[in-house]
Design a protein around this ligand. Structure first.
Ligand SMILES: [Zn+2]
Length: 410
């Protein structure tokens, strides 16, 4: 099989919507709209008209001989100074599938979805369009969001013909579809496939996330006059906890099911060089694919924080910021995905997805699977993002084979 024009399309769109600093397709802005117009034109050349739902997601459907359809998802929006493949690879592979099936008998339809505002780069809410379509969006949670220029989300949506109060109607439309499978091809955005020198990976599901703030409270004191054994140093308790959480993640990782944890924020009070920290606040972000493992990691982290607090004569309080359960993909589609990847690359490495994707929003509603492409140096959300062409061509080939397998499934 060949990858009909997909790489060329990707390069053309990148040239049209990038500056020397990278892709500039920020959701709800002029460059993004230009990208969408360009894409609509490519679909029109194949005789496929787009339809935009109440949340701003655009669907391009090649009908089949039954009402059932296969969905191929992606997103044309990017972060500012983004890469050329994040999101676009999925949409453009979908266009390749439309091209491939245009003149072939189709037992089911093929629908390419360009999700609106996957990145959340402007208003801070990721997966906006797909969460509306899946019905998980809470409109009140996003009504007050404002971008750096002071534009409110409802106003930005209105400029694009989307009414925030009607966005969830997209869910009614989704429920009407008879979906055989949802397929998404995405760049890995991490270094795992590269480290194995593999072009393509089968994605097992998206990680569940437990995200909390920990506040350690001790007593600020003079750094010269307070002997170490008499201190109540909140930072030391936080630091011991961070190291313990790292050990917990290492302990819960297996070669086939890695987990991660990150302390990304550390704030110390009073924050002067001559004072023992009286307060230290840290973030903790833990991720795993297995819900039981994630629950154990969280319980272990709590116990570790309490032990560190006791040892340093401070207190610790936990506050939940955000959590989402793991979203494992469909076992039947995983098997087909593995088959397709193996046919092209001779091997089918399986890996979880650390980042969330639109695919995760679809998991409660239909069978879902994702495929990852090799990500050079693991870099993404920057202009250096790349999949070297030999890896890219193999991955697109494998993905189109997957589409074919799902379309022809009996
Ligand atoms: Zn993406």
């Amino acid at each position: 099989m060949f990858a009909p024009g997909v790489v060329q399309d990707l390069r053309t769109l990148a040239a049209l919507t990038s500056t020397p600093d990278g892709a500039q397709r920020l959701a709800w802005g002029p460059v993004w709209r230009e990208a969408r117009r360009w894409f609509a034109e490519r679909a029109r050349e194949l005789g496929v008209e787009g339809r935009t739902d109440a949340a701003g997601n655009t669907c391009y459907t090649l009908p089949g001989s039954t009402t059932e359809t296969v969905i191929i998802g992606g997103h044309l929006d990017s972060v500012p100074n983004g890469g050329w493949l994040d999101g676009t690879l999925g949409v453009m592979a979908g266009l390749g599938a439309l091209r491939m099936f245009k003149d072939r008998p189709r037992p089911v339809g093929i629908t390419v979805v360009d999700w609106a505002d996957e990145e959340g780069a402007r208003f801070g809410r990721s997966l906006l369009g797909s969460s509306a379509a899946s019905g998980s969006l809470n409109v009140e949670d996003v009504r007050g969001l404002v971008d750096k220029q002071g534009t409110s989300l409802p106003d930005a949506l209105r400029d694009n013909g989307v009414d925030l109060d009607r966005m969830l109607e997209a869910h009614d439309e989704l429920k009407k579809l008879r979906v055989r499978g949802y397929l998404e091809l995405h760049i890995e955005q991490g270094p795992v496939l590269e480290s194995m020198n593999k072009s393509t990976g089968v994605v097992l599901g998206t990680f569940g996330v437990e995200r909390h703030m920990l506040r350690f409270t001790g007593q600020a004191a003079h750094s010269g006059s307070t002997p170490i054994p008499m201190r109540r140093d909140a930072f030391i308790a936080a630091a011991e906890t961070a190291l313990a959480c790292r050990e917990i993640a290492i302990r819960h990782s297996t070669p086939s099911a890695g987990v991660v944890c990150t302390v990304g924020v550390v704030r110390v009070e009073p924050g002067i060089v001559t004072a023992v920290p009286g307060v230290c606040e840290t973030s903790l972000d833990q991720r795993a694919l297995d819900p039981d493992v994630l629950a154990r990691m969280l319980a272990d982290a709590r116990a570790a924080s309490e032990a560190a607090a006791r040892a340093n004569d401070v207190t610790v309080e936990w506050r939940t910021i955000w959590r989402i359960e793991p979203r494992p993909f469909d076992s039947r589609l995983l098997a087909l995905c593995e088959e397709a990847v193996r046919e092209v690359t001779g091997d089918a490495p399986r890996l979880p997805s650390g980042p969330l994707h639109d695919a995760a929003e679809m998991v409660p509603h239909m069978p879902v699977v994702m495929m990852f492409a090799y990500s050079a140096r693991g870099l993404s959300h920057c202009k250096e993002e790349d999949t070297p062409e030999p890896h890219l061509l193999k991955t697109i080939d494998a993905f189109l084979r997957l589409v074919e397998k799902v379309v022809e499934l009996r």
